[in-house]
Design a protein around this ligand. Structure first.
Ligand code: BMA
Length: 611
């Protein structure tokens, strides 16, 4: 895990800052050189040297300066910069009409930390400046001289995310949807200092209000920069791209992101956040039923014959997991719920001895048939689940039932078979509803990956076990960094197989969150799109008050009309539902991984400002 350096960084940088007027990018470097570029990558020297002078004409030495941030305002350009006069630092400001000759306004007392004024913007007749190096606050001014600091930070380190570190002010970008704030996190690893870059969006109608904060970094550790002296020089939006400039061992590098503001809007519009149903929890334990008196959760779901069928995991007095049944025409309101279990352990591998095995207990209970997933293929419903006898590793089992038996509630299940290897914990099994190139496709999970196997049949004769032929892995620094597992059997959509999955992150290991992927229709081992942020997090009472707090665990999803409905267990105690319009959800999902490094510019060295 990255740790923070508490002492101030050395001023090795030759770079002072960057600015763009939309036509060109200007790079400022010591001692007051300006370089200019028409593409943000190739810079040429500007013949004139820049300078900052005070009212008496005294020039400021460039050697002690850094962290230039320049904003346009109605009378020209406004510069904030830091002056380091050992042992103290202060923040100063200057204005200019031509970016060359700067007239110092003076110290921005009592501020000491990096700051930037919101370009071309006033709030209630005042200029607004964001500043900070631990957290970000705002200050306002009528005249650019006297600044009034608002006490409460508008952006702080966040526990459970990559930015659980002091935050340094980066740059501000005016955009139609709000004020985009780019910030830096300084992380010290054994190999050297690195900067992560984060992004948030503030409300133009009230700049202290945050509208959106990205849950993953815009820029993560850059491998090539490890061990080098790294210092961020600021960023600009230029010709639709976000350009982040860094001084690396005295040379300037740029990282570029195409359509940056578009991606931020799409991410911030909440297209991907599922709406939790008001009726939640849709299924609760029934005290009077001994077999489901403690917990009813992690429901498999399938739409068939005009209704959604839910097969939920139930735990009662015997502490053994069995499956209950309920159905709903609208997918939310339960029309029918049986008062007996429709599936229970019959084999040794799933029949617990009756004692708690603390090591493996998951979701409560001593074992049994856990976390079902159901898939209809041709004329059968296949039920895949975690079979756990409390003695051995939890493994995967499969059974099936004929469609007409299922519809008539004649619970004539096939004898279940174990399908995962004996000495490995395997979970989260689900089948794709269609064969691919004549093969069945099954998803399962051996920590920490989702595994995918292609199978000729589903007979599993002669102790044939899943191999784990393909895998989808967690993503470092993302919300799904520690482990992932398939939730609901994938749903076929116009854009690919929609896989709802659960994940746990290294930053927030006590929570199970929900995300989505789109897999290639022809080859579901290929991930086309994946949600950058969770689509559902456990923040309601029914996800936090129960057997285990902080759990949202999906096992089923259906499309009903235009709506995607996801069923998930809340707090290992309840069945909950959340939904979203499928088309806008798919649109959001397809946009969510567009924020990638542009290969053309990524971590490219720009022509040196010393040339
Ligand atoms: C997992 C599963 C689930 C449970 C979840 C959260 O490991 O096995 O049964 O809902 O943990 O506790």
């Amino acid at each position: 895990m990255p740790t923070l350096l508490t002492h101030a960084p050395k001023m090795t940088s030759g770079g002072l800052g960057v600015f763009s007027d939309g036509k060109n990018v200007f790079l400022f470097s010591r001692p007051f050189n300006i370089s200019i570029s028409e593409d943000g990558l190739n810079f040429r020297h500007y013949p004139k040297k820049s300078s900052i002078s005070d009212a008496k004409g005294k020039r400021q030495s460039a050697l002690n300066l850094r962290d230039f941030r320049i904003s346009n305002f109605e009378y020209g350009h406004f510069l904030t910069y830091k002056v380091r006069l050992k042992p103290t630092e202060y923040l100063a400001s200057a204005i200019s009409n031509d970016l060359i000759t700067w007239n110092k306004i003076g110290k921005i007392s009592p501020l000491e930390e990096t700051a930037m004024m919101v370009p071309d913007y006033k709030y209630k007749d005042q200029y607004v400046l964001y500043f900070g190096e631990k957290d970000i606050k705002i200050a306002t001014s009528y005249d650019l001289e006297f600044w009034h600091v608002k006490k409460d930070p508008v952006l702080k380190a966040r526990s459970g995310y990559f930015d659980n570190l002091p935050i340094k002010m980066g740059s501000l970008i005016q955009s139609p949807k709000g004020i985009i704030l780019i910030y830096y996190l300084r992380v010290e690893k054994r190999e050297g200092t690195q900067y992560l870059v984060g992004c948030s969006l503030f409300d133009k109608n009230d700049p202290s209000q945050i509208l959106f904060r990205r849950n993953i970094p815009v820029l993560d550790t850059v491998k090539d920069w490890i061990g080098k002296s790294v210092y961020p020089l600021g960023s600009v939006i230029f010709k639709g791209k976000l350009l982040l400039y860094f001084d690396i061992d005295g040379e300037v590098f740029v990282v570029s992101y195409p359509s940056f503001d578009k991606v931020v809007y799409e991410e911030s519009s909440g297209l991907l956040m599922l709406d939790k149903h008001e009726a939640n929890p849709v299924i609760k334990p029934i005290r009077e039923h001994p077999w489901e008196s403690q917990a009813t959760f992690n429901a498999a779901a399938v739409y068939d014959d005009g209704k959604v069928h839910l097969l939920y995991r139930a735990i009662g007095e015997s502490n053994t997991s069995v499956l209950g049944y309920a159905s709903s025409k609208d997918g939310i309101n339960i029309d029918e719920r049986l008062n007996y279990p429709i599936y229970a352990p019959t084999q040794d591998f799933e029949s617990p001895g009756g004692l708690p095995i603390i090591n493996y207990m998951s979701g409560g209970g001593y074992g049994g048939c856990e976390d079902p997933r159901i898939t209809k293929i041709d004329d059968r419903f296949y039920l895949t689940y975690v079979a756990f006898n409390g003695n051995e590793h939890p493994k995967i089992a499969i059974t099936s039932i004929r469609t007409d038996d299922f519809r008539c509630k004649r619970w004539a299940w096939e004898k279940p078979k174990l399908i995962s290897a004996p000495n490995v914990i395997n979970k989260n099994p689900c089948l794709l509803p269609k064969k691919i190139n004549g093969k069945y496709v099954i998803f399962h999970r051996v920590f920490p990956n989702i595994l995918i196997d292609f199978l000729d049949d589903l007979n599993f004769e002669k102790t044939r076990y899943l191999k784990g032929e393909f895998s989808i892995t967690p993503r470092r620094n993302f919300w799904d960094s520690r482990k992932i597992g398939a939730g609901a059997p994938p749903i076929k959509t116009k854009d690919g197989w929609l896989l709802i999955y659960h994940a746990v992150s290294d930053h927030d290991p006590s929570k199970y969150k929900v995300g989505a992927m789109l897999l290639d229709i022809e080859n579901p081992t290929i991930v086309l799109h994946r949600s950058n942020n969770p689509i559902l997090v456990p923040d309601r009472h029914y996800e936090n008050e129960g057997y285990k707090a902080g759990v949202a665990y999906p096992c089923g999803a259906v499309v009903l009309g235009k709506k995607l409905i996801v069923y998930y267990g809340g707090a290992d105690t309840f069945v909950c539902a959340a939904s979203k319009n499928l088309d806008s959800f798919l649109f959001g999902l397809k946009s969510s991984n567009r924020l990638t490094l542009d290969p053309e510019y990524s971590t490219r060295k720009v022509t040196s400002y010393n040339d």
